[in-house]
Ligand binder design. Structure first.
Ligand code: F6P
Length: 326
C-alpha cells in the first residue's frame, strides 16, 4: 500500500485546451481513491508564494468544456533556483502534500524532474501542451484542439487567398516542433508546410518554388512553424518579395488564438484518461514519470526520456502532404 495521503496538482507553462479536463480527472480520481487533493494556483510560482487550497469534487464541476486552466499558469524563473525550490518544498510540507501532479510541457516537466530528484518527492507529469513535442506519447493534451483551430482559420483564409489569387504564409505555433504545421497543412489541404525538422537540411522555400507548386493553382497556402529555424512567415514572405517578385504574397500569424477555445472530444477524453492514470501511478508508487498514450494504451515515460529525446515527425506525413498538394 502506498504511504501517500495527499496530492497537490498544478498547471505550468503555456496553457492548453484540456488542462481543465485533466485537473478534473486528477481531482476526482484522487478523491475516489481516498486521497486528499490540494490545488496549487499559478504553477510553480504559486507553490513558492503558497497559493494552495484544498480541492473538493465541486471545485472541478462544470470545467471539462472550458479552455485555459482554472488553476492559472505561469512561467516561473524563481523555481529555476535552488532557493526558490526550497521555498516550494517548505510549502508542500506545510500543507502535508506528499506527491505532486504537474500538468505542462517540456519546461514544466524539466522543473518537475529537478524538484523530484532534489527532495526525493514523488512527482507524476501529464503532457499538457499544444506543441505535441513530448517524446513517448502519441499526443499531448491540447494538441488536437489547436489543430482544429488552425484548420478552421486556414479554411477562412483560403477564401480570401483564392479570391485574390495570392500566396499566403500562415505561421502557427509549436516552438521548435513542426507537428501543428504539418498536420495542420494536411487537415486544411494546404500546399505545403515549412517545418524546423526539415529546414536545417534543405531550403524548403526554394524547393517549393522550383517544383512549381503553383502549376495548377493560382493561390497557395503554406503553413510555417514559428521556429527561428524556418525563418518564420515574415522572413519567408520577405524572401519571396525579393527573390520571386511575381508572387502576390501575404502573411497571417495565428498566434495565441491557437491556445484558446473549448477542448475537442479527443482532448477531453485524453485528458480524462491521463488524469485518472496519474492517480493510479501515484497509488502504485510510480515517480518521475510522465503519463502518456501509445497505440491507445496508457504508458509511463521516465521524465528524462520525455524531455530529452526528440520526438520524430513521421516521414509518411511529409510524403502525404507532398502528394496531395499537386
Ligand atoms: O509551448 C506552447 C507555446 O504556445 C508555444 O507553441 C509557443 O512558442 C509558446 O508557448 C508561447 O509562449 P508565451 O505564451 O509565453 O508567449
Amino acid at each position: 500500500m502506498s504511504e501517500i495521503k495527499c496530492v497537490g496538482i498544478l498547471t505550468s507553462g503555456g496553457d492548453a485546451p484540456g488542462m481543465n479536463a485533466a485537473i478534473r480527472a486528477v481531482t476526482r480520481s484522487a478523491i475516489y481513491s481516498g486521497l486528499k487533493v490540494m490545488g496549487i494556483y499559478r504553477g510553480y510560482r504559486g507553490l513558492i508564494t503558497d497559493e494552495i487550497v484544498e480541492f473538493k469534487t465541486q471545485n472541478v464541476s462544470n470545467i471539462i468544456q472550458q479552455g485555459g486552466t482554472i488553476l492559472k499558469t505561469a512561467r516561473c524563473k524563481e523555481f529555476e533556483t535552488k532557493e526558490g525550490r526550497q521555498l516550494a518544498y517548505d510549502n508542500l510540507k506545510r500543507h502535508n502534500i506528499d506527491a505532486l501532479v504537474v500538468i505542462g510541457g517540456d519546461g514544466s516537466l524539466t522543473g518537475a524532474r529537478i524538484f523530484a530528484n532534489e527532495f526525493d518527492l514523488p512527482i507524476v507529469g501529464l503532457p499538457g501542451t499544444i506543441d505535441n513535442d513530448l517524446y513517448g506519447t502519441d499526443r499531448t493534451i491540447g494538441y488536437d484542439t489547436a489543430l482544429n483551430t488552425i484548420m478552421d482559420c486556414v479554411d477562412k483564409i483560403r477564401d480570401t487567398a483564392t479570391s485574390h489569387e495570392r500566396l499566403f504564409f500562415i505561421e502557427v505555433m509549436g516552438r521548435d516542433a513542426g507537428f501543428l504545421a504539418l498536420n495542420g497543412a494536411i487537415a486544411s489541404g494546404a500546399e505545403a508546410a515549412i517545418i524546423p525538422e526539415i529546414s536545417t537540411k534543405v531550403d524548403q522555400l526554394a524547393e517549393l518554388i522550383q517544383n512549381g507548386f503553383r502549376k495548377s493553382k493560382n493561390s497557395s497556402i503554406v503553413l510555417v512553424a514559428e521556429s527561428p529555424i524556418t525563418g518564420g512567415a515574415m522572413g519567408l514572405a520577405e524572401r519571396v518579395k525579393n527573390e520571386y517578385p511575381s508572387y502576390d504574397v501575404r502573411v497571417s500569424i495565428l498566434g495565441h488564438l491557437q491556445r484558446g477555445g473549448s477542448p475537442t472530444a479527443a482532448d477531453r477524453i485524453l485528458a480524462s484518461r491521463l488524469g485518472a492514470a496519474a492517480i493510479d501511478a501515484i497509488n502504485d508508487d510510480q515517480r518521475n514519470v510522465m503519463i502518456g498514450i501509445r497505440n491507445d494504451e496508457i504508458v509511463y515515460v521516465p521524465f528524462v526520456k520525455a524531455i530529452k529525446n526528440d520526438k520524430r515527425i513521421n516521414p509518411e506525413l511529409i510524403e502525404t502532404l507532398r502528394r496531395l498538394s499537386i
